[in-house]
Design a protein around this ligand. Structure first.
Ligand code: FAD
Length: 411
């Protein structure tokens, strides 16, 4: 007999799945979390924000304290990297070849950071950010270092650049795209953020790749594609992640675009084996397509949902894609999917940072970005997208027309 429930991975999906298993009611030793992490499951978003800024402690970011696992008989095996799996005989093998047999398995191995394969990439002071230990390494360098180069103009690069600036570090942010967060932002939104960063002392260098890191043992300079050299006491690279599915390469699990395919119940093609979080290529019942999401809310919700299903529930996983970010003194949120949008509407004041952006398809709202807008606008964003709300773009663009009026319109 195997352990009734095993979670492979000890991150966000795992932490909230464990919480849900306990809420559903499990016996001591029914649940085991196996994780390479050194720490109990914690929330990762603060690592680049409040934790890195020194405003939250290690304990603050734990999903549940140690006592929770002890009191509920949850066996958490930290620093246990799984090296091989045999899904047929329902076994995981750790680095020493010890096996863990399971009845049901939740795969929640998350993502691995993409690394830069450039000369000097292994010099001390070149950081990536995924774990609590990674954040600690960056904070240590930020205490002594004056100048940092942050590579990558996506979420992580933008957040780290802002937080380090707040810590008094002189930051240069280098990215190979033409503008910040090209994947999501419109040119107008990027322009707002670029100005915001520049005004706060961050030097932005667009359209450039880091070609080499130079120094004796420790990084001292970053060489760009243009030949330009930037002095740096340390470097943080945030150039994206890939799903951590290497263990399952030769297995019978169905994979698609690097993710583990699951249905609307988060079940893989193999009985009793589920996936949640960054690794799960799940069937999105709202948009009727398979998708993989690398965001906290989805990992948290999927972890909980998978636990319910594994415990015997039958509900579909229904989730509106959602993401948030904190930058300097700004907080923004985003809901939905911009893929099929044919029109973009701005509401509020793009210069002052109090604005929302609405992506429409044939006047139906499909996605929204909201920053510093009144609560009723923020609250309606998700509701409108779920309801396929139709609006008149001209009225939506007029911030003097209340959201309630926009929804009452016949269009
Ligand atoms: P993870 O939380 O990455 O957990 C994966 C776990 O699996 C880890 O414990 C890992 O050690 C373990 N593991 C992997 N392979 C093995 C193995 N072979 N053996 C044993 N254990 C293994 N999202 C937002 O929506 N908003 C944000 O502002 C935001 N900010 C972020 C900031 C940072 C710095 C980071 C790193 C992420 C941020 N995210 C944010 C993304 C969000 O945190 C992730 O989407 C979420 O953590 C995914 O959860 P997960 O459980 O799938 O994976």
């Amino acid at each position: 007999m195997g352990i009734p429930y095993v979670i492979l991975g000890g991150g966000v999906a795992a932490g909230y799945a464990a919480q849900e298993f306990v809420e559903q009611g499990i016996e001591p030793d029914d649940l085991c979390i196996v994780t390479a992490d050194e720490r109990l499951p914690y929330d990762r978003p603060p690592l680049s924000k409040s934790y890195m800024a020194g405003k939250k402690s290690r304990e603050d970011i734990l999903i549940n304290p140690e006592k929770f696992y002890a009191d509920n008989g949850v066996d958490v095996r930290l620093k246990t990297r799984i090296r091989a799996v045999d899904l047929g005989s329902r076994r995981l093998y750790d680095e020493d070849g010890r096996d863990i047999e399971f009845d049901q398995l939740l795969i929640a191995t998350g993502s691995s950071v993409r690394t830069l394969d450039v000369p000097g990439g292994d010099l001390t002071g070149v950081h990536y950010l995924r774990s609590n230990a990674d954040a600690d390494g960056i904070v240590d360098d930020a205490k002594n270092g004056q100048r940092a180069v942050v590579v990558g103009g996506g979420y992580i690069g933008m957040e780290v650049a802002a937080t380090l600036t707040g810590r008094g570090v002189e930051v240069t942010l280098v990215y190979d795209g033409k503008r910040l967060l090209e994947r999501l932002f419109t040119p107008e939104m990027s322009a707002f953020f670029e100005q915001y960063y520049t005004e706060r002392g961050v030097k932005l260098i667009a359209g450039q790749k880091a070609k080499a890191f130079e120094g004796d043992e420790r990084v001292e300079r970053v060489k760009l594609g243009s030949g330009q050299t930037l002095e740096a006491d340390f470097v943080v690279v945030g150039v994206g992640v890939t799903p951590a599915t290497g263990l399952f390469g030769g297995s019978e699990l169905h994979m698609q675009d690097g993710g583990i395919v699951v249905n609307k119940y988060l079940q893989t093609n193999l009985p009793g084996i589920y996936a949640a979080g960054d690794v799960a290529m799940y069937y999105d019942v709202l948009y009727q397509k398979h998708r993989r999401i690398e965001h906290w809310d989805n990992a948290m919700q999927q972890g909980k949902h998978a636990a319910q299903i594994m415990h015997g529930s039958h509900g579909e996983y229904m989730h509106l894609p959602y993401f948030f970010s904190d930058i300097f003194d700004l907080s923004w949120e985003f809901w939905g999917d911009t893929d099929n949008a044919d029109e973009i509407v701005y509401r509020g004041d793009l210069d002052s940072g109090e604005f929302s952006v609405w992506w429409l398809n044939g006047w139906t709202i499909v996605a929204a970005f909201v920053m510093n807008r009144p609560d009723d606008e923020r609250d309606r964003a998700a509701e409108w997208i779920r309801m396929h709300q139709r609006v008149n773009p001209d009225l939506l663009a007029n911030a003097d027309v209340s959201p309630a009026k926009v929804t009452q319109l016949r269009v």
